[in-house]
Design a protein around this ligand. Sequence first.
Ligand code: CP
Length: 310
Amino acid sequence: HRHLLGIKGLSPLDIEMLLDRADADVSISRQSEKKTSTLRGRTQINLFFEASTRTQSSFELAGKRLGADVMNMSVASSSVKKGETLIDTAMTLNAMRPDILIIRHASAGAAALLAQKVDCSVVNAGDGAHEHPTQALLDALTIRRAKGRIGGLTVAICGDISHSRVARSNIILLNALGARVRVVAPSTLLPSGISQMSVEVFNTMKEGLAGADVVMMLRLQRERMEGAMVPSVREYFRYWGLDAEKLKVAKEDALVMHPGPMNRGVEIASEIADGPQSVIQEQVEMGVAVRMAVMEALLDPRRNPDGAAI
Ligand code: CP
């Protein structure tokens, strides 16, 4: 079975093929009749151990638009609450013969672990601070549709890099497609391995945003921080929050992105999140199309050429 566990391992051609397919799926999603039969008879299980609004609902809609039977496993009311392990839960669902399992989990490597155990395709919908591959794909699709290309663009990824699987997947994907990637963050919110990641590091928003084509803000993940490490919201917004003043130094037509959920007034001002440069709602729309494309690539042999990693 084929899996999507991360952007790492995908070739630029794999990525471009997924984005091309997703472009076609955007058209399908904009029709009044949205349902196709590509995955008719297939069973998709969404297994989310962490909260989600966008990813889970878009995977569900994507599966339904492709004609699959979709089951959302409610972890909160499942036997996980009685102490059943991740592997036992997955093996139980596996015995019901799904064709694809979509998993989100707080531990890095959870999706890869399941992929070794189950008899179906596995998609990583976010594993700890490791990867969130469909988020990076939907971000790339949003950028490509707005700018016509990704190669050669300067993308500034700003804020809480250290806890962000979104940042990690985006850094890998944007580099693969030839963008210049910057990370803009206080040193306390940079991961220790940042110097091996093919990015330029900036310690002020003014320097990091200068001349950028895309400004990608990240959520300050306070729930993953402890005690003295949690920054004050007011201080954080002053130095790292995207407001009109800071955005001015980016290109005039720079895109403003945020994967959601947003902390308004913490990493981004409301007037910018809702302003003319924001493509945050487009990102959400692209999420459904990208997830359709990924599941088609994994499950539909006609869209699965030999040699492709996905
Ligand atoms: N961007 C993202 O993964 O959002 P959710 O946590 O709401 O799925």
